[in-house]
Design a protein around this ligand. Structure first.
Ligand code: ADP
Length: 454
């Protein structure tokens, strides 16, 4: 299939019948694609301008329930509509589905046509524009880690999520033989996404049985978040097409390592990296030092956006490569932040705290906000740490529970100023609801532990 990458190309392909379906999507709070499947002809004639969706979609939890307590929408206000405004620059083919293309939308208020401030794409665009006001542009890359399973989503769900069997029998970190066995799923993931216009670098086995990683070449922050969302969706869909399940739950087994989403970031000016200074130590410019100092200082405030679910916090255990300390280090994987590309033009900050369930728009936005603050205030960067950071008792911890992260977010004057009061209140409510839902549940662990012996 040739590639509809812009509106004219899409129109031509709809007219010849090569494309008959257009997925018109926005990204929800959980980072999922939500939207409608349009007939191609309707899309190119009418719906390319706008379509609509119920506004509960940006105030729901992962189960699609409708918690109370959101200011933006509620049963009292009758759950009105949002405008979904296709961003035609995001048109791309969906090569793993027949005759299908996709476009991502910005979410706008139905009446004012202003961006809905808590919609993830708008949250990120606001920070990109603040950075632009300082004369900089951000380049980002997110790594996607996930697990593949022998059985399908439907089989696993119908079996009560019991006896989960990862697709491989052993740790497959960098393993070529084991990953050859998985090429039935992983090759179409790489190739279809590449054909969809994502700059795919590679996939590799990760450090657990059945664990995979997809790497996408860095790009502008908005493109990076778009790529992440489309890739995550594609991974699930292509795994499903092949009779397998893929999970981005950060921790699905207490005895195995979890899945993360490391975020690489650098700041550029006029086409060159403003993070690089040849003669400076490690090649780190002043801008990079300020930016990293901001990242580190505010990590506890924004941890919620790197770990938004109850399960996210199960990943943060000692000796698992999931860092919990707000320190930086050079090429040391136990620190929350790692300097990569030392002494080269590719020098960059990697945040290793986030789990595979993060929403890339929100995660990138809050880190940009922290970096911007660091640059504006010319913050001092503490020296790099060395050795096993897990045992560094002086280093600050990020919040270790969703409850603690929620309180940090609620009380963060920095995030209230950077994102807006309404946006922070919205996500505090999302965090509270996730906790409330968990608190109502009696877990298998409690029953097994206490049923007889309590
Ligand atoms: P590693 O071998 O540690 O995984 P890679 O060279 O594969 O490191 O890079 C990891 C990610 O960092 C890739 O997605 C890459 O595109 C991205 N990256 C490289 N240079 C930069 C940069 N200057 N800014 C942001 N991301 C970058």
């Amino acid at each position: 299939m040739t590639k509809p990458r812009d509106f004219d190309a899409l129109k031509a392909m709809v007219e010849t019948g090569e494309i008959d379906t257009v997925l018109v999507c926005f990204v929800d709070m959980q980072g999922r694609l939500m939207g409608k499947r349009f007939h191609g002809v309707n899309f190119i004639k009418y719906s390319f301008e706008e379509t609509h969706c119920c506004n509960y979609l940006l105030a729901t939890d992962i189960e699609m329930s409708t918690p109370d307590g959101y200011v933006s929408t509620s049963w009292q206000s009758g759950y009105g509509d949002y405008v979904m405004k296709p961003d035609l620059s995001t048109i791309r083919p969906v090569p793993w589905l027949e005759a299908t293309a996709l476009v991502l939308c910005d979410v706008l208020d139905h009446h004012t046509k202003e961006a809905v401030s808590h919609s993830p794409r708008a949250v990120l665009k606001k920070q990109i524009s603040s950075l632009g006001e300082l004369g900089f542009e951000a380049k980002m890359a997110t790594e996607l880690e996930f697990f593949l399973f022998e059985e399908s989503f439907d089989y696993i769900r119908k079996s009560g999520f019991k006896d989960l069997k990862p697709i491989s029998g052993y740790n497959e970190d960098y393993h070529i033989f084991q990953t050859t066995k998985e090429e039935g799923v992983m090759r179409p993931i790489r190739n279809h996404l590449f054909e969809a216009g994502l700059p795919i670098e590679n996939t590799k086995g990760e450090a657990e049985a059945g664990q995979e990683e997809l790497n996408i070449r860095y790009s502008s922050a908005l493109d990076c978040a778009d790529h992440h969302s489309i890739a995550k969706h594609a991974i699930k869909e292509i795994a499903w097409q092949n009779g397998h399940a893929a999970t981005f739950l950060p921790k699905w087994d207490k005895d195995r390592v979890g899945s993360s989403s490391h975020i690489h970031q650098s700041i550029w000016k006029n086409g060159t990296s403003a993070f690089y200074e040849k003669s400076a130590k490690h090649g780190m410019s002043k801008v990079m030092k300020y930016y990293m100092a901001g990242l580190i200082k505010y990590a506890p405030d924004y941890t919620y956006f790197l770990a938004p679910n109850i399960n996210s916090y199960k990943r943060f255990s000692k000796g698992t490569f999931a860092p919990t300390k707000t320190v930086w280090s050079i090429d040391n994987r136990t620190a929350g932040f790692r300097l990569c590309g030392e002494g080269t033009e590719g020098v960059r900050a990697e945040c290793r705290i986030g789990g595979s369930d993060l929403n890339p728009y929100l995660a990138q936005a809050v880190m940009l906000a922290a970096g911007i603050k660091g640059i504006q205030e010319k913050m001092d960067l503490s020296p790099a740490t060395t050795g096993d950071v897990y045992n560094d008792t002086k280093a600050t911890n990020i919040p270790q529970t969703l409850r603690a992260a929620t309180e940090k977010l609620r009380n963060s004057s920095f995030l209230r100023e950077a994102l807006g009061e309404d946006v922070v209140d919205h996500y505090v409510r999302a965090a509270e609801w996730e906790q409330e839902e968990f608190d109502r549940v009696v877990t298998d662990w409690e029953i097994e532990r206490g049923f007889e012996r309590a």
